[in-house]
Design a protein around this ligand. Sequence first.
Ligand code: AFP
Length: 337
Amino acid sequence: MATRIALGQYLRNSRRTASIEEGQLIRLIEDVAYASRILAAMVGHGALGEVLGAAGSRNVQEEEQQQLDVLANDVVLETIRRSRHARAMISEEMDSVAEVEEARGYGRLLLLIDPLDGSGNIDINLPIGTIFSVLEAPMASQAILEQHVLQPGRRQLAAGYVLYGPSVVLVLTVGQGVAMFTLNRQVGEYLLVADQLRIPPGRHEYAINSANERFWSDDVRRYIGECQAGKDGPLGVDYSMRWTGAMVGDCHRVLLRGGVFMYPVDARTAAKGGKLRLLYEANPMALLMEQAGGAASDGQRSILDIQPTGLHQRVGVVLGDAEEVGRLVGYATGTAP
Ligand code: AFP
């Protein structure tokens, strides 16, 4: 029986140079994969693991932290402290940049991460995930400052997510297309199950939290209204709607089945700049979508071109099928009929 390629072999096969930075990138991605296997086990225990429920604390986003949010962040931070491939970690769960002193003078990379996306789904056993992004750090000896982290998404060296669902899958790009791995729990290895993923075109499916309709801008209202009008409306085709409550779950469906995921800025979130975070949610997902032939916009421009101004900056997000994204952006920018 043909054996599948493991994650480590895939990464080494994808290696383009003998640079120290690429060597560390391979090992940092393996560190994230290792941490995700621990998280998969923790999440997989559910109520038996005695770690469900609120932690009794709030993160910098003023969001109530679940116990698993805090534990997941600690697992990742401890993993990269030991391995020393990342000079610093930026996390949804931490106010500021967490320097990895052990990597000073050695580490060339920055890890940006949402350790557990979709925390609201933890207690009800629905999809949750880990989203990560890797950037180049400044020269190894410098202290890592916020300005070193505020790089546009196009500068990402790697981006990916782990989805803790019926199976545990890791989806990754190092800039050479999008690969998907499934965790073989018996041997504890991520095995390649798909490579060069492309978003299937023409899938009439959208994901948005429709409870926010009264806050939407006119262009979003027009786009969704046309989808809801179905074959009797201007698009002449019926659409369906999905919403998992976790960006990782919705983006994974879009990547494999097509359609579009939206969390646009609306009247309710405008003061904060939106709901989703640019550095460790929107940017990694945007790179994956573009690498898979799709698009990702904040409603006006490509997410990957945004110059970040803050570690926990929020943005509007519409991503997936390039034609669907283009239609909404056309309405928003007045370039569509
Ligand atoms: P939590 O991690 O707090 O559950 O938020 C998840 C998320 O940031 C993103 O993963 C979802 O797409 C979005 O929020 C869901 O937001 P609503 O709860 O407003 O639908």
